[in-house]
Design a protein around this ligand. Structure first.
Ligand code: HEM
Length: 79
């Protein structure tokens, strides 16, 4: 699986928030497959309260709050 401290570096230096939220939410399922392996989805983390996020693509969309928290954490561990 990809090194999650290198998300920003692989995206040219800017943390790719929209890609990460979509990946964690399962919205991008089927879009990216490395070496024939796709990430499993998060199951129960995807249920529960939703909050609207103003993403870096200028789009506002609801995401599960647990996924929003995970995205915020991933942003802090970028190298
Ligand atoms: C808290 C746990 C996890 C987080 C936050 C997470 C996050 C991510 C993110 C952000 C990506 C996209 C990376 C990129 O495109 O540069 C990714 C890809 C991937 N992850 Fe995870 N992941 C987690 C758990 C797992 C687990 C448990 C597995 C396998 C058992 C897994 C397997 C993969 C694979 C194979 C990919 C590349 C293929 C794809 O994008 O679907 N991940 N992960």
């Amino acid at each position: 699986m990809p090194d999650l401290t290198g998300l920003a570096a692989r995206a040219g230096g800017t943390y790719p928030q929209y890609m990460v939220l979509n990946k964690l939410d399962g919205y991008a399922r089927g879009a990216v497959i490395y070496s024939g392996v796709e990430m499993p989805n998060f199951g129960e983390l995807l249920s529960g309260r939703l909050s609207r996020v103003q993403t870096d693509r200028g789009l506002s969309r609801p995401f599960p709050e647990a996924i929003i928290a995970l995205d915020a954490y991933l942003r802090t561990i970028q190298q």
